[in-house]
Ligand binder design. Structure first.
Ligand code: HEM
Ligand SMILES: *[C@@H]1O[C@H](CO)[C@@H](O)[C@H](O)[C@H]1NC(C)=O
Length: 358
């Protein structure tokens, strides 16, 4: 080995050692952290895994906690300044009396009620807790990315105004405009909607609570991007099913917004690009969530505590056309690339089971 190679190697080992010696032992005697401030989070992570997520499930509380990260953070506006809300500041919980009554937040009161006692018990702001719980919960879903977690949001000072959270019956023009006003591009909007692969609706059609958006609501796979692309029937008008599209899969519900995002020329190719592209879906979701989680926050005063987020189990399967259907049932919409060829799941057509309440 040349002297030059040796000195590069020595410098590399030196840097690695410095990184290791920078870790501090936490007072619990179990964990180490790159920043001592992160030590305080390990007991919170353990508590919520056991007592909020039922021992580490990708179940209803995980789904609701992920939805809450969005509904809290999107209370933000580049054009309106402070009057548009404080972003990911915990105002959904701090000002729950106001924000949970907004129409788009229907059902959010449940998870707000479940999370509030953990915030009261631990030394953490509502803004930090909401994003921490969303990231920890998601780590229970096979195929999910390990989300970034920055620590240090101050307490919220005011509620977000109404109408910051998009509704499933909004037009794509309105939805993209709302997201653009928080700094998100159409590609990032589609990236964020990977969240609907671990999701169900209780309130879109209240007669069928717990109805999933895809056939695998406990797995962070790309199946939602396939199933939303199947031909579906829009419920007309603004009746009780406003914003709902009937999926050809029995037991599954589709949001009009997801249906339209999969077909609109501004977003259809981004949508299709996720189909059976697990790594792309996970990495683009992770990047968009990192942005969402700090909307309105001063990241220069925050500490990177991503290391407290558990590493999610992998997903090793592939996307499929649901049993009993064929590639012909796909309503292809991207103008520049064909829909990927997928295997049809074997067996007769089955019905999708609801997500049980816990
Ligand atoms: C165009 C934007 C969006 C619209 C219109 C929308 C709308 C909805 C609606 C209507 C529900 C069903 C709520 C219920 O009836 O119980 C829902 C559920 C959900 N949403 Fe979204 N959403 C959007 C974007 C997002 C984003 C960006 C995230 C997270 C990053 C997210 C995460 C979730 C999750 C995880 C659920 C499932 C909740 C559960 O199963 O309890 N959504 N969404
Ligand atoms: C509570 O958390 C803050 C910010 O992380 C920290 O500065 C403070 O020392 C903590 N207080 C207690 C009692 O642990």
């Amino acid at each position: 080995m040349s002297f030059k190679a040796l000195s590069i190697l020595a410098a590399f080992i030196g840097a690695a050692n410095a990184a290791i010696t920078r870790r501090v032992a936490c007072p619990d005697g179990v964990h180490t952290a790159t920043n001592a401030a992160c030590c305080a989070l390990f007991p919170i992570v353990d508590d919520i895994q056991t007592n909020l997520f039922d021992g580490g499930e990708c179940g209803e509380e995980t789904h609701e906690s992920l939805r809450l990260t969005f509904h809290d953070a999107i209370g933000f506006s580049l054009s309106k300044g402070a009057a548009g809300g404080g972003g990911a500041d915990g105002s959904m919980i701090t000002f729950a009396d106001i924000e949970t009554n907004f129409h788009a937040n229907n059902g959010i009161d449940e998870i707000v009620g479940e999370q509030a006692p953990f915030i009261a018990k631990h030394n953490i702001t509502a803004g930090d807790f909401i994003q921490l719980a969303g990231a920890v919960g998601l780590s229970n879903c096979p195929g999910a990315p390990q989300l970034e977690f920055l620590f240090g949001r101050p307490a919220a000072t005011a509620p977000a105004p109404d109408l910051t959270v998009p509704e499933p019956f909004d037009t794509i023009t309105d939805i993209l405009a709302r997201f653009a006003d928080t700094g998100f591009s159409p590609a990032e909007v589609v990236a964020l909607l990977a969240s609907h692969t671990v999701a169900a609706a209780d309130h879109v059609d209240p007669s069928i609570p717990g109805t999933p958006f895809d056939s695998t609501p406990f797995t962070f796979d790309t199946q939602v991007f396939v199933e939303v692309q199947l031909r579906g029937t829009l419920f007309p008008g603004d009746g009780p099913n406003q914003g709902e599209v009937q999926s050809p899969l029995h037991g599954e519900i589709r949001l009009q917004s997801d249906h339209d995002l999969a077909r609109d020329s501004r977003t259809a190719c981004f949508w299709q690009a996720n189909v059976n592209q697990q790594a792309h879906m996970a990495s683009s979701f992770k990047a968009a969530m990192a942005k969402l989680a700090v909307l309105g926050q001063d990241t220069s005063t925050m500490v990177d505590c991503s290391e407290v987020i558990p590493v999610p189990p992998p997903f090793t399967g592939t996307a499929t056309i649901p049993a009993g259907l064929s590639q012909n049932d796909i309503e292809q919409a991207c103008a520049t690339a064909p829909f990927p060829a997928l295997q049809v799941a074997p067996g007769p057509q089955t019905s999708v089971a609801p997500v049980p309440p816990s």
